[in-house]
Design a protein around this ligand. Structure first.
Ligand SMILES: NC(=O)C1=CN([C@@H]2O[C@H](COP(=O)(O)OP(=O)(O)OC[C@H]3O[C@@H](n4cnc5c(N)ncnc54)[C@H](O)[C@@H]3O)[C@@H](O)[C@H]2O)C=CC1
Ligand SMILES: O=C(O)C(=O)CO
Length: 433
């Protein structure tokens, strides 16, 4: 029997029970749920990372939806528990969802939400901060001052790297990688080399236009290049920032061999996920190459660091705070709550429970699955306007780049259900991402 977990309850008589495994910034997300007749239960347990057992205990016997965190292991066990409790809605309060087994969610017909867009600029700004902190040795210099070691200006004191005119390399030029690239190109007049599975035309156009602008002002223009391999970026760039998703293709993307291809004085920044770097190999590389510097927001075995990393003067390390601006965190909470809310309302509105029950059983029965999808699609499409009415006029959000409504309290509430990562697998017509 799992130990009871402490909770705070809002709107105790609400019809739908929605759980948040953590208190989240702001109150807007709570109000949006309450307005739609949800009883909101927030876990207040003084424990940073909840175990699977803790979350099972929170879910209990009846639960309509859960807002969870990237530190939690959302796999078969939790999705089975949520499904048993009648819930078909889960949202990570994060854009990355490598902690979620989406196949398991599909098996139980649970929609999985994430929070893209609202954290793009904030995360890119931290990557830029780490790039600067590493280039200019800010943390080392700060420690030196506080230790009372400063006894006068010296020509060699904390000499670092000039960014202007150097090359910034981006691996994973999606939303965050592209925003970071723009900041470094525009802010520091760096040239760009990037590697991604897809071409980032908007980014290329931005750098071209900025280069032309500089040239028209009599300044040295900036250039861009799309690399045909990651190694090309590692060889050519002076500052390299990692922004891919974490999956099988990106696990230990940076390892002993790839580190060896980088310049001896290069700067490596990671604001994606820890396991993208082989951290043991990184520590060894930092030891062997004192002029090589890193800025890390994420770690392979979070919250732990591999032995030796904390002692490295050429590493700037912060505790997974890349999305930590008030603006963004409130936006993430709002978006996560709406992801869950719209699925809860969708189910209630169309009395989908029977159909969704079939989802849970359909995995080895493709024809049954197809007919379920067809049913869901036709009901949902026919009734889309009715659904919009039900959720008080919040239209389905179709543009992942339009994030202001999630962040600005003085404009109408954001559009509903913007980002369900397995919408296609579940046949849900609610996400255009
Ligand atoms: N440190 C932090 O607090 C935060 C970390 N993140 C991490 O950043 C990641 C990226 O977020 P977004 O930019 O919004 O996602 P995105 O989906 O817009 O960008 C990811 C990019 O990675 C590329 N990619 C995938 N596999 C690749 C490979 N093998 N090689 C090169 N590129 C590859 C994709 O094509 C895509 O363009 C998230 O998945 C999350 O893990 C996101 C927000 C905050
Ligand atoms: O959103 C994410 O993926 C994070 O890591 C936290 O912002």
């Amino acid at each position: 029997m799992a130990k009871p977990v402490s909770i705070e309850v809002w709107n105790p008589n609400g019809k739908y029970r929605v759980i948040s495994t953590k208190p989240m910034p702001g109150t807007r997300w709570i109000n949006l749920l309450i307005e739609q007749d949800c009883r909101v239960e927030i876990c207040t347990e003084k424990k940073t990372i909840l175990s699977v057992e803790d979350i099972i205990s929170l879910i209990g016997n009846k639960c309509d939806g859960v807002i969870g965190q990237l530190t939690e292991d959302w796999g078969e066990t939790l999705f089975a528990a949520l499904s048993r409790a009648g819930g078909k809605a889960f949202s990570n309060m994060a854009v990355g969802y490598n902690n979620v087994d989406v196949n398991a969610a599909n098996k139980y017909g649970v929609a999985v939400g994430n929070t893209p867009g609202v954290l793009t600029e904030t995360t890119a700004e931290l990557a830029a901060s780490l790039s600067l902190a590493a280039a200019r040795r800010i943390v080392e210099a700060d420690e030196f001052m506080r230790a009372g070691l400063y006894d006068g200006w010296l020509p060699h004191l904390f000499v670092g790297n000039l960014l202007k005119g150097q090359t910034v390399g981006v691996i994973g030029a999606g939303r965050i990688g592209s925003a970071y690239a723009r900041m470094m190109v525009e802010g520091f007049k760096m040239n760009l080399i990037y590697y991604d599975l897809y071409q980032s035309t908007r980014l290329e156009k931005f750098v071209t236009a900025y280069g032309e602008f500089l040239k028209s002002n009599g300044e040295q223009p900036v250039h861009w290049k799309r690399a045909s391999s990651m190694d090309e970026v590692l060889r050519e760039a002076d500052v390299i920032s990692l922004h891919p998703v974490l999956d099988k293709t990106t696990y230990h993307l940076i390892n002993k061999e790839s580190l060896a291809t980088m310049k001896k004085e290069a700067i490596l920044v990671n604001c994606s996920r820890g396991p993208v770097i082989d951290e043991v190999a990184l520590v060894e590389h930092l030891k062997q190459n004192p002029m090589f510097r890193v800025g890390l927001d994420v770690f392979e075995d979070e919250p732990f660091m591999k032995p030796g990393l904390a002692e490295m003067k050429n590493a700037v390390i912060v505790p997974h705070i890349a999305s930590a601006s008030k603006w963004t965190r409130e936006g993430m909470a709002t978006l996560a709550a709406l992801n869950v809310l719209v699925i809860v309302l969708l189910l209630a509105f169309f009395k989908f429970r029977y159909v969704w029950h079939l989802f849970g059983k359909r995995i080895d029965n493709i024809s049954c699955f197809s007919s379920v999808i067809a049913t869901v699609l036709s009901i949902a499409t026919l009734s889309q306007s009715a659904l919009q009415g039900k959720i008080k006029g919040y239209p389905i959000w179709g543009d992942p780049n339009r994030v202001e409504p999630f962040l600005n309290e003085s404009v109408p509430p954001p559009a509903a259900c913007p980002s369900i990562v397995n919408a296609k697998a579940l046949g849900l017509p609610v996400s255009k991402l």
